[in-house]
Design a binder for this molecule. Sequence first.
Ligand SMILES: Nc1nc2c(ncn2[C@@H]2O[C@H](COP(=O)(O)OP(=O)(O)OP(=O)(O)O)[C@@H](O)[C@H]2O)c(=O)[nH]1
Ligand code: SF4
Ligand SMILES: [Mg+2]
Length: 404
Amino acid sequence: MSNKAPRGVRLVITLVGRRNVGKSSIINAIVDQKVSIVSDHPGTTTDAVAKHYELLPLGPVTFYDTAGLDDTGELGELRIKATQKVLWRSDVAVIVVGEEGITDYEKDIIKHVNELKIPFIIVFNKSDLRSQSPEDLIYCKENKFSFLTVSAIEGTNVQKMKEAIIDLASDEIKRDPVLAGDLFGEGDWVVCVVPIDLAAPKGRLILPQVQVLREILDCDAVAVTVKEREIEEALSNINRKPALVITDSQVVLSVAGDVPDDIPLTTFSTLFARYKGDLPSLVAGADTIDALEDGDTVLMGEACSHHAVADDIGRVKIPRWISQYTGKNITFETYSGHDFPTDLERYKLVIHCGACMLNRTEMLRRITECKRRNVPITNYGVAISKVQGVLERVIAPFNLQKST
Ligand SMILES: Nc1nc2c(ncn2[C@@H]2O[C@H](COP(=O)(O)OP(=O)(O)OP(=O)(O)O)[C@@H](O)[C@H]2O)c(=O)[nH]1
Ligand code: SF4
Ligand SMILES: [Mg+2]
């Protein structure tokens, strides 16, 4: 069993429901191990528990066991919030129903999961104690909800439940997104420009660079890696035209000057904007930079609370470049972590980080949520290319259809 797949490609399956309905027992039955504590005391699971598992034939997945959504009191509220946060990054939800059947609590959960457009199955657990009521059966059928009766204790229908989960995962999510491999062919040369400055971690490359290099090698192409100062020399010394040059966004302007126009050029961030999200939407969002006015507020969305450095890209550099580019007096607010603000409408534009710590589902959900609220969203890399005047060039290799 492999537990080493990068977090970004794991499918996330979350079990939600009231306390004591058997969520933890179901996870234990699926993975056939005691990963979650089970007891008849309601509220046993207090924090979301993650279990990595190889769900064949789908591949590596993470099951989240969550705290019951009917928890009361101040702590209960925090737990409910934590469970909702997990839902944001979920590809599939399993809504577990206990002996009481579907009540208003369950209907609320279904409504919430539906709003987030998470495919779900309703699992009527404890079938050894009680069979599904005719009302619940009608409710599921009328609403066309998938459902299954299960007994976690006796193992009834556990295999069927696994199969139903695999069926629910959308084809889009099941497909491994392509990073760069469609932009060059076998035997092609690809030049990667990697600045080694103070912000570069000691002794290693960062994960996006490593992933791109690995994909070039997987495609049987030739990877040439240089710092920005050496690009010109490298291009004049390799005796064939590279199929693509991929540069760090922060040096894209100088690299664009050094790479002749007939060589396709893009940035690592643009590759990741497509891999992690929806490139046409993020490119369309960048148009809003031209429409910013004095007094507008822009949200800088960071997906993790990384340690901010003196000349931080999201907190210092991009705000400075956008202020210079627009000449407007704009307020920049930063938001970090797995939360996403609920008052999005306050912002004229959201500029999101590269989302290396988010899975694709969560980034797509953030984009969808912005679109639903009519707030344009772009990301750091696309915004940088826009204000540097090279956006058209770095998106040219992707042949994008304009998104609205
Ligand atoms: N008879 C029967 N009992 C079950 C079944 N599934 C779970 N239980 C029992 O129900 C109780 C609650 O199970 P848990 O798995 O802890 O429920 P939970 O939803 O994780 O509960 P919280 O963590 O408190 O939210 C335990 O006593 C389990 O043994 C089942 O299929 N049949
Ligand atoms: S790109 Fe986003 S998720 Fe990745 S380290 Fe930066 S702030 Fe964190
Ligand atoms: Mg539990």
